[in-house]
Write a new protein. Structure first.
Length: 625
């Protein structure tokens, strides 16, 4: 869960690397560092614990000149956030520098072997093992070639050393390597952690994702697993572990500068909350078919006839995406009458559930890099089942590994706490349920009505966003509370879970989500005058039931915040504070009811002085188990 940036070309590398690290800081922000090669081809390294500004301050006293370099912003896995543990890490006798995203699971035995060979370790990280292992392999490569009397092709030797070293690693990595004395080459490699190469005019860029490349190039190359990139200022060679030198595809970068700046908002999270009407429109664009009263997806790579044979759907995800999967379970069971199971990916990857050849897996992920979700997907693939993904990042690992899938097209999500990706996942699942429903029993009239309701949805979310000022006032009233309960039923139960998660993530307040009726089976013991209960009670089939649950809380003196439909006349009398949203069909309610909960978490976090976009202990792309 770290960010990598690299540059080689005619410009000064440091400014480009620092700019790139700022755009990658959402991937990790407990330390950062740079390595460059100066005019004498020596390594110049500066790194600092803390956020990017700490590194920038240190660079004023420890500059890193050069036209080639790599940078890194860290989310700690092995060892605390200290200067020593920050990347880059040095290999051998100052012969190379490595930056790394991922986890090397077998680093301990490798470290012991390298120590026995005389290599000295200074940090607590697994990454230092990578650096020394590449140095050892390079030394062996050069000795072997010299003994054979071969005239060494130095660039080939560097690539061969990296290829030999990574073959020894068990785990995941995206890494970039600088070699002392080689101002013309960066070597990059990936397995399970993303890397993107930006192609410029007599210059190349390298990054963990495309965001830092915006403004520098429109041409990018997504590296795939088991590929090594040999990058110079004017060339790019990609070598596959099994196939050797391969032809790489150059793609158009679709992100614009406005996608990766704050656009006048105080925080990325707030910007992304208010982008949801547009992100929903982008997710639906070109996918609703009024003529056939269904939805179309170009990337499923399974024919309608094949999909008609599916009798069971398994969804797997983590965190916010798991909550979207729970919404999808309700949708597919209602519209398509199909049994659906939603599994935490971290649990599914180690289970052995009974699966037959009529089961279809959907992996749901914002980043496309979530390690547990990727591992669960690969485990199901090994069992021979079809695998599809719902993902927001083109070219990501999960998008590449799945047999097909649905891109959300929600645009980059920089805030660590997911907002617009969740609502886009939900609307994608509505369209998926419509599609499966029309393959089975859903009538033309029903399909047409669902499409019309989806068409109206972005404007209804715009109307829901008008609650912002009311939510801000409620946040001011309750921001000092240390415990919250979130309660909903049916489609709004997953929203209760997601609302509680948002509050926990960015304000550090303890919050729990429950089905409203489950309160009386234990959690109601938590209710007191200092514990607000946030009820999701829009009009619908369970409205009266949730109203009764509100009465139970009211009778015990608990403050109630109610999210209700405009025109509500009953729940408003029980609630201490009310947030109004437009009335929509039950199956679309999660996409509206989550909006005030996102805003509530945001405003409470701001009032508590929390770092909204970079909450403690978290990172955007969870690429470790």
């Amino acid at each position: 869960m770290c960010g990598i940036i690299g540059y080689i070309g005619p410009r000064d590398a440091t400014d480009i690397l620092v700019e790139g690290l700022r755009k990658l800081e959402y991937r990790g922000y407990d330390s950062a560092g740079l390595a460059t090669l100066d005019e004498s081809s020596d390594l110049r390294i500066t790194k600092a614990a803390g956020k990017i500004n700490q590194l920038v301050s240190r660079l004023q006293h420890e500059p890193t000149p050069g036209q080639i370099g790599v940078g890194h912003t860290r989310w700690a896995t092995h060892g605390p956030a200290t200067d020593i543990n920050a990347h880059p890490h040095i290999g051998g006798d100052q012969i190379l520098a490595v930056v790394h995203n991922g986890v090397i699971e077998n680093y301990r035995p490798l470290k012991e072997r390298l120590e026995s060979q005389g290599y000295t370790f200074h940090s607590d990280t697994d990454t230092e093992t990578i650096a020394h292992q590449i140095a050892a392999c390079l030394e062996e490569q050069l000795l072997t070639r010299a003994a054979q009397g071969d005239e060494p092709d130095e660039q080939e030797a560097l690539a061969a050393a990296v290829q030999e070293a990574v073959a020894k690693f068990r785990g995941t990595f995206g890494l970039a390597v600088l070699f002392r004395g080689h101002t013309d080459t960066i070597i990059a490699a990936r397995r399970g952690s993303p890397l993107v190469v930006g192609v410029g005019e007599d210059e190349h860029f390298l990054a963990s994702d495309a965001a830092p490349l915006v403004g520098h190039t429109k041409q990018i190359v997504y590296l795939a697993d088991h590929e090594i990139a040999v990058i110079t200022a004017d060339s790019l060679r990609v070598i596959h572990r099994d196939q050797g030198l391969i032809q790489h595809d150059v793609e158009e970068l679709e992100i614009s500068a406005s996608d990766v700046d704050r656009g006048g908002y105080d925080h990325y999270m707030l910007k992304e909350i208010f982008e949801q009407p547009e992100s929903l429109e982008n997710t639906m664009r070109g996918r609703l078919d009024e003529e056939q009263a269904t939805a179309h997806f170009g990337g499923l790579n399974l024919t309608p006839r094949q999909l008609q044979t599916i009798r069971r759907i398994l969804m797997t995800a983590c965190g916010t995406s798991w909550h979207a999967g729970l919404v999808g379970e309700y949708l597919l069971e209602e519209f398509a009458r199909m049994p659906v199971e939603v599994e935490y990916a971290s649990e599914l990857r180690y289970r052995n559930p009974p699966l037959d050849d009529r089961t279809l897996l959907f992996a749901i992920t914002q980043s496309g890099e979530t390690a547990d979700t990727l591992a669960a997907l690969n485990e199901i693939k090994r069992k021979g089942l079809p695998t599809l993904s719902i993902c927001n990042v083109v070219g990501s690992s999960i998008a590449q590994e799945s047999d097909g899938g649905i891109y959300l097209h929600a645009g980059p999500e920089i805030g660590v706490a997911s907002t617009k990706a969740f609502t886009s996942q939900c609307v994608a699942l509505v369209m998926l349920a419509l599609y499966f429903g029309r393959l089975r029993h859903l009538s033309y009239t029903q399909g047409t009505r669902i499409i019309q309701q989806l068409r109206e949805l972005p404007d209804q979310v715009r109307a829901a966003l008008e609650c912002n000022e009311a939510v801000k006032d409620i946040a001011a009233k309750y921001h000092q509370c240390e415990n919250f309960l979130y309660l909903g039923r049916q489609y709004n139960f997953p929203v209760a879970l997601e609302g509680a998660l948002k509050l926990k993530e960015i304000s550090y307040i303890h919050a729990e989500g429950y089905p409203a009726a489950e309160m009386k089976h234990g959690p109601i013991a938590l209710v007191d005058e200092n514990t607000p209960s946030v009820f999701l009670i829009p009009q619908g089939v369970v409205y009266d039931k949730v109203l009764a649950n509100m009465e139970e809380i009211k009778a015990r003196g608990g403050p109630i915040i109610a999210v209700v439909c405009e025109g509500d006349t009953e729940a408003v009398h029980l609630a201490d504070d009310v947030i109004r949203i437009p009335s929509v069909a039950d199956f679309l309610q999660p996409i509206l009811t989550i909006v005030p909960l996102q805003l509530l978490a945001y405003h409470i976090a701001v009032l508590r002085g929390c770092d909204v976009d970079q909450p403690r202990n978290l990172a955007k792309s969870v690429t470790v188990e």
